[in-house]
Design a protein around this ligand. Structure first.
Ligand SMILES: Cc1cc2nc3c(=O)[nH]c(=O)nc-3n(C[C@H](O)[C@H](O)[C@H](O)COP(=O)(O)OP(=O)(O)OC[C@H]3O[C@@H](n4cnc5c(N)ncnc54)[C@H](O)[C@@H]3O)c2cc1C
Length: 385
């Protein structure tokens, strides 16, 4: 497949200009696609290609690998702006950002070639970590990798893998040596067409435009060259960046929900007046604004700290605080929007229920609410188990 050459955002672009580019991309490419994708629970692959052509895949990837060489702040801007239109097409890109960075940061030349193809829109990625018995407890991963014929044979069952069934390459976390515990965990870059892979779409109520799959690995052989020099430790570093990106996703979503609810409260009249003129409703929306602004400050603060290059261990407190706050706030704000919508909010004639449903996944993934509290408590010096 040939990818047309397009004007890409120049390096060192001003943040405001970058935001305008992202906003116009979201209006042009997210808005016309997300509702059909949501109804069908099918990822529109042409959206990924459109994002690649516009230069929004590989935002932080070095120019030598074909990326835009920008920072975490630009990724945050992209995710905030696209999530203001729909948080679920945005999350498909979030997965590309995280999986792509594992490939170019920790991979060989062969892995970097995959990252390059990802950036040009030819290779959609999925990150396959979770299993039925290994959710927040990633060290419990049971998928095995055993040496065979100059390569490795993978066996196991992954669950909740976003884009798993449509990805060209899956980064699969597997255990190479159970006696080594978490040090034995390792990523393998597995082509989606490899014999022995089986995919079952999961029936989740959330993230429908970027569906999740169970991925069965039955005697899946991969060459040695597909093993990454990355395992548990590298995944934890990647997760810290992912938590900032997740916060950005929910920032965009809650801003959208608040904007919608304010407009609705302005025009919906009861007892002869707009419902927004009643303090009981107006104050809920004012509280929503405080949630959005606090999330914005925490998220951009964490992203700027990340870009400043301080060791990941030194920004865990900022990252987990942003992720914790954003994922709680988005539930509050979308519940407020739902409530302001009244009975109509519960119908498909208004977007409120869809927005509230989408937000329910926020405190669950990429380290749940409790896991963020645990990380924060430990950073505060508490001996939290
Ligand atoms: C829409 C969606 C998309 C996803 N995409 C991906 C993907 O692309 N790739 C991937 O690998 N995974 C993905 N996941 C999986 C996701 O990361 C897991 O669902 C998540 O890690 C939680 O795991 P679990 O559901 O098994 O919950 P569990 O870990 O079983 O947690 C259940 C409850 O127990 C609590 N709990 C667990 N441990 C502790 C503790 N030590 N202290 C206090 N409370 C605790 C949790 O906070 C939670 O409330 C996705 C999930 C969803 C829903």
């Amino acid at each position: 497949m040939s990818i047309p050459t397009v004007a890409r955002p120049p390096a060192h672009i001003e943040e405001h200009e970058y935001r305008l580019l992202c906003r116009s991309f979201a209006a042009r490419e997210v808005a016309p696609r997300w509702e059909t994708a949501d109804r069908l629970a099918e990822f529109p692959r042409d959206f990924y290609r459109a994002a690649a052509e516009a230069g929004f895949v590989g935002i932080t990837t070095p120019a030598s690998i074909g990326g835009a060489d920008l920072g975490c702040v630009e990724e945050v801007i992209f995710l905030e702006e696209t999530s203001r239109v729909n948080p679920n097409l945005a999350v498909a890109m979030l997965v590309q950002f995280v999986a792509g960075s594992v490939l170019w940061r920790f991979g060989s030349e062969e892995h970097r070639a995959i990252a390059r193809r990802n950036i040009t829109g030819e290779c959609l990625l999925a990150l396959a970590v979770t299993e039925a018995g290994a959710g927040n407890d990633i060290q419990a991963v049971k998928t095995t990798a055993k040496r065979k014929g100059g390569g490795w044979v993978l066996d196991g069952l992954k669950a909740f893998i976003t884009l798993g069934g449509v990805a060209d390459v899956l980064l699969v976390l597997a255990q190479t040596d159970a006696a080594e515990g978490r040090r034995g965990l390792c990523f393998f870059a597995v082509d989606g067409t490899t014999p022995g892979l089986g995919f079952t779409k999961m029936g989740t109520y959330v993230n429908r435009p970027a569906p999740t799959y169970k991925v069965a690995l039955d005697d899946v052989w991969v060459p040695e060259s597909r093993k990454l020099d990355a395992g548990f430790r590298e995944l934890m570093a990647a997760f810290n960046r992912e938590r900032i990106l997740v916060a950005a996703r929910w920032l965009g979503h809650m801003q959208h929900a608040l904007d919608w609810a304010i407009e609705y409260a302005r025009v919906r009249e009861q007892f002869g007046k707009p419902i927004g003129s009643y303090q009981a409703i107006a104050f809920q929306l004012a509280q929503g604004h405080a949630d959005v602004e606090a999330t914005r400050q925490l998220t951009y603060h964490a992203a700027r700290r990340w870009d400043s290059g301080v060791p990941v261990g030194e920004i865990v407190l900022d990252v987990s605080t942003a992720k914790l706050f954003a994922t709680q706030a988005v539930v509050r704000v979308t519940q407020t929007a739902l409530h302001v919508g009244g009975g109509w909010g519960l119908t498909d004639e208004l977007p409120a229920m869809r927005m509230a449903l989408d937000a329910l996944v926020a405190p669950v993934t990429v380290g749940s609410y409790e896991i963020q509290l645990r990380a924060i408590a430990r950073q505060l010096g508490l001996p939290c188990e």
